[in-house]
Each structure stands twice: as structure tokens, then as C-alpha cells.
Design a protein around this ligand. Structure first.
Ligand SMILES: Cc1cc2nc3c(=O)[nH]c(=O)nc-3n(C[C@H](O)[C@H](O)[C@H](O)COP(=O)(O)OP(=O)(O)OC[C@H]3O[C@@H](n4cnc5c(N)ncnc54)[C@H](O)[C@@H]3O)c2cc1C
Length: 448
């Protein structure tokens, strides 16, 4: 089957380069961000245009080959690569087009967050997205997209106006709220289940001066510091947001204010005194710098696992669980991360998009990070155990984008939404061609 696939691809005269096993670049081309994932596709096609994408889908279908679609390659479980099938890489489709007159920006299906910020921020605009600049716009947006300014401007999908999508039958369609409301609903949280998105169009938001406070506290003060942080954060307007990371050596707090800069000190400085004085500073910071500050910490090819969930609030039980779990962290870089939501995210009704969990006040993840393959089992076990302790059993929804375990879709969306998503999937992709994602199983198909 692999030989037939490769022959058809070679004959298809795609514009983008085709890399096969044995080629000098093959080992680089098959890599994804998470070093735990080590798969060997039969071929890697770097699409250079929409026609390449269409051909890749057609050929994978005609060979009944597994098709993996990669933008930023950040999928924790490695859903953007495969063994034996075709890896369709979109990184060449990374152009952006800013239209300040219309108040929009377009980004190709393979653009990174740094491309999107690069097009907008220097002009005083932004699209709310994630916190690491080498994340793909596509995977992040299709799952929802949360970050430091979500409380002010909502999730990334709340700025999405429309998208160009290549479906399982190879048709190229522009979808928005008018042309196909149900599919537009589905791609705002439903992941890559419905087709390959080759272009996104977003509404621009204004971004003025950004003020940031960053402090660290000893682990011994973490319980008190997190409790005070929770009380302070809930009194703050939506132009404020806070995230914190508990690791075995320290508690790190990052507070961001994008409102009137005259109030920045009042909004931020209390987070530098959560349990005595924290070590750190506050002040104005270029947004681009903030967005890339942690890029190196989350470098490609290290080994990662993540399991997360929503909290309504920061409860005493949650803080106890964090403080207890971090004492058994398997490596110094392993962490428990929490980011504040609410605000504009919660303004959107729960059933308005496929994304689930609008009413949550926080999103958290347990994230072991390590380098030695011999530590895989131990580190993953810690991530799972910590997450189990941190979970709030009262919240039924979850975020599909930051989970290293698969087959979680029905629980993450809940029964009603999952059923609606399955009906949509059955219309768009009845044979489940796009199954390397947090898969929504079409109604007639059995899981493969
Ligand atoms: C270091 C790191 C930081 C992160 N930070 C944040 C954050 O701040 N906020 C947040 O919300 N999330 C965050 N995430 C989670 C992130 O949103 C998901 O991992 C997301 O899937 C990454 O998208 P990608 O394009 O980089 O990944 P990929 O691995 O390329 O793709 C992920 C999934 O999307 C599919 N896909 C990719 N491109 C397309 C396309 N064009 N059309 C259709 N399907 C496609 C893939 O097939 C795969 O199923 C982070 C993840 C990492 C690893």
C-alpha cells in the first residue's frame, strides 16, 4: 500500500516537495514537537497551495491510507503524524494578509502564532491566541484557542470570521456563519475533524500598552500565595489575567494588564506580594516579547505529557492537590499550570460553538517534561495521577487541545454536543478520513 501511495504522489506533480523514507531530510520531516512521538510515515508532502492539499486528500482516499495533517506539530499525542500513511505538512501555507480597513487579518492553514502576531501587533492590533509563538494557528484555533488576553477578547474562535476548508471529497469551500452555519459552528472547537483548513480570516482587536508582572515564590509559600491570588483575581476586570506555574522549585506568577496603563500598577503589584514579597518585577513589555518568553522552555523534541481540565474557581481542595502533587514531580521542569478564563470567554453561550467549558473560571494542566526515554512511564504516570487529583468533578466539559490521551471527545464535549458533532461529521466525512485528531466518530462508522 505504501508503494502505491508513493507512486501516486510522485505522479501527481504536486508543487510542494515530497519527502520519502531514505531521503536525506526524512528524519527531520517526520518529526513533531513532542519527542515521545516517533512515527514513520510512508511520505511527507509539504503542500505549497490548496491544489496540493486537494491532491493529497484524493490520493490518501484512493489508497485508503492514513492521512495526518500538520500545521505547528504541537499535538501532545502526536496526532499530526502517522506510521505508514501520508503526512500532509502545511507549514508553507503560512502567509498572512492584514486589512486594517476591513478590520481583518487572514492567516494560512500552516501559519504559526508568531506569523499572526508578526502581521498584527506592530500595527496596534491582535488576534487573541496562545502563549507559545511556535504553536500552529490551525490546531489551536480549531480546538478553541486560549491565552493571555482571552478574558478581554474571548477565545481565538470568537474572533474567527470564516475559513477556507478542503473537505474529504476534495471540494474547496469558504465557510462562515452564512454559508454553512452548522460547519462554522463545528470548526469552532471541533478540531480537524471536518477537513483541512487552508486559510482563516479573523476579526482584529485593538492592542495598546501591555503591562506584565512576573514573580516567583518559594514552594513553601505556594498554598498561601495561590489562595490569595484566587481572591485577588476574581476582583479584577477582564483586561486583567493571571497564570501561574507550580514546579518543584518554585511558584511562578505572570499577571498581565492590557487596560488603561494608568491603572497597571494598582492591578498588578498585589500579585508581587501574595505571601510576603515575591521575587520579580513589573512594567511595560512588548506583546511579542511576552508571547515568546517561554518558547525555549517548551522546545521541540523534549518529552511531554499533558492532561488538563476546567475549574470554576480556585478551591481549597484544588490548591491542596497541587501543593501535594508537586512534591512528587518526576523532574524539575515538570509543572502544574493554571490560566485564568472567564470574562469575554464566558459571554458567549455554551451552545454557540463546539468548544465546551465556557463557564469555567480557570483551565489547568498537569505537565511532566523530561528528556530520557527511560523515564516515559514514570513521568506519564505522574501526569495522570496529578490530573486525577486536580480534576473538579463538577465540571463535565474539557478542552480537547491540551490532552495527551486520545479518545476523549465524547467526554470533553458532553453527550448533546457530541451527538451534534457526530451528525456533522457524518455529513462531511462519513468514512472518517480525518481521524487523526480528538476524533468525532461518524454515526455509521465504527472506530478504526
Ligand atoms: C508548547 C505548547 C503550548 C501551547 N499553548 C497553548 C495555549 O496557550 N493556548 C491554547 O489554547 N492551546 C495551547 N496549546 C495547545 C495547542 O492549541 C494544541 O496542541 C494545538 O493542537 C496545536 O496546533 P498545531 O497546529 O501546532 O498542532 P498540530 O500538531 O499540527 O495539529 C494539531 C491537530 O490539528 C490538526 N490540524 C492541524 N492543522 C490543521 C488544518 N490546517 N486543518 C485541519 N486540521 C489541522 C492536526 O491534524 C491535529 O489533529 C499548546 C500546546 C503546546 C505543545
Amino acid at each position: 500500500m505504501s508503494d502505491v501511495l508513493r507512486r501516486k504522489l510522485a505522479l501527481a506533480k504536486c508543487r510542494g516537495p515530497l519527502i520519502m523514507p531514505g531521503d536525506r531530510d526524512y528524519d527531520r520531516a517526520r518529526r513533531v514537537w513532542n519527542g515521545v512521538v516517533d512515527r514513520k510515515p510512508a511520505a511527507v508532502l509539504y503542500a505549497e497551495n490548496v491544489d496540493d492539499v486537494r491532491k493529497a486528500i484524493d490520493i490518501a482516499t484512493s489508497c485508503d491510507a492514513v492521512l495526518a495533517v500538520r500545521a505547528g506539530g504541537h499535538s501532545f499525542p502526536g496526532l499530526s503524524t502517522c506510521d505508514a500513511g501520508l503526512l500532509l505538512d502545511l507549514s508553507q501555507l503560512n502567509s498572512t494578509r492584514l486589512n486594517t480597513g476591513a478590520g481583518t487579518v487572514e492567516a494560512g492553514g500552516g501559519a504559526m502564532l508568531r506569523d499572526l502576531d508578526g502581521a498584527t501587533v506592530s500595527k496596534g492590533y491582535v488576534v487573541p491566541a496562545g502563549v507559545i509563538s511556535h504553536t500552529g494557528v490551525a490546531g489551536l484555533t480549531l480546538g478553541g484557542g486560549m491565552g493571555r488576553i482571552s478574558r478581554a477578547y474571548g477565545l481565538t474562535i470568537d474572533s474567527l470570521i470564516g475559513a477556507e476548508i478542503v473537505t474529504a471529497i476534495g471540494s474547496v469551500t469558504w465557510i462562515d456563519a452564512d454559508s454553512d452555519p452548522e460547519l462554522f459552528w463545528g470548526i469552532r472547537g471541533g478540531g480537524g475533524n471536518f477537513g483541512v483548513v487552508t486559510r482563516f480570516k479573523f476579526k482584529l482587536r485593538q492592542l495598546g500598552l501591555v503591562s506584565v508582572g512576573q514573580w516567583s515564590y518559594p514552594v513553601a509559600s505556594a498554598r498561601r500565595a495561590i489562595a490569595v491570588l484566587g481572591e485577588l483575581a476574581q476582583q479584577r476586570p477582564r483586561e486583567f489575567s493571571v497564570a501561574f506555574t507550580l514546579a518543584s522549585m518554585s511558584l511562578g506568577v505572570t499577571a498581565v494588564w492590557i487596560g488603561d496603563s494608568r491603572h497597571a500598577e494598582r492591578m498588578l503589584s498585589p500579585f508581587g506580594e501574595l505571601a510576603g514579597a515575591g521575587e520579580g518585577t513589573m512594567g511595560a513589555m512588548p506583546f511579542i516579547e511576552l508571547q515568546s518568553r517561554n518558547d525555549v522552555h517548551f522546545a521541540w523534541s523534549r518529552r511531554y505529557y499533558a492532561k488538563g481540565g476546567f475549574w470554576r474557581d480556585i478551591s481549597g481542595e484544588a490548591v491542596d492537590a497541587m501543593v501535594q502533587q508537586i512534591t512528587t514531580a518526576p523532574t524539575p521542569d515538570s509543572e502544574l499550570y493554571v490560566t485564568q478564563l472567564g470574562g469575554a470567554v464566558s459571554d458567549v453561550p455554551e451552545d454557540a460553538t463546539a468548544y465546551s467549558g465556557r463557564q469555567a473560571g480557570y483551565y489547568w494542566i498537569a505537565e511532566p517534561v523530561w528528556d530520557n526515554p527511560a523515564d516515559d512511564e514514570r513521568c506519564i504516570a505522574w501526569g495522570r495521577a496529578a490530573a486525577e487529583q486536580m480534576a473538579d468533578p463538577s465540571i463535565q466539559a474539557n478542552y480537547i487541545n491540551e490532552q495527551a490521551d486520545t479518545a476523549i471527545a465524547s467526554g470533553a464535549y458532553g453527550a448533546v454536543k457530541y451527538d451534534r458533532l457526530r451528525r456533522l461529521k457524518s455529513r462531511l466525512d462519513p468514512t472518517n478520513r480525518f481521524r487523526l485528531n480528538q476524533n468525532i466518530v461518524p454515526l455509521a462508522a465504527a472506530p478504526r
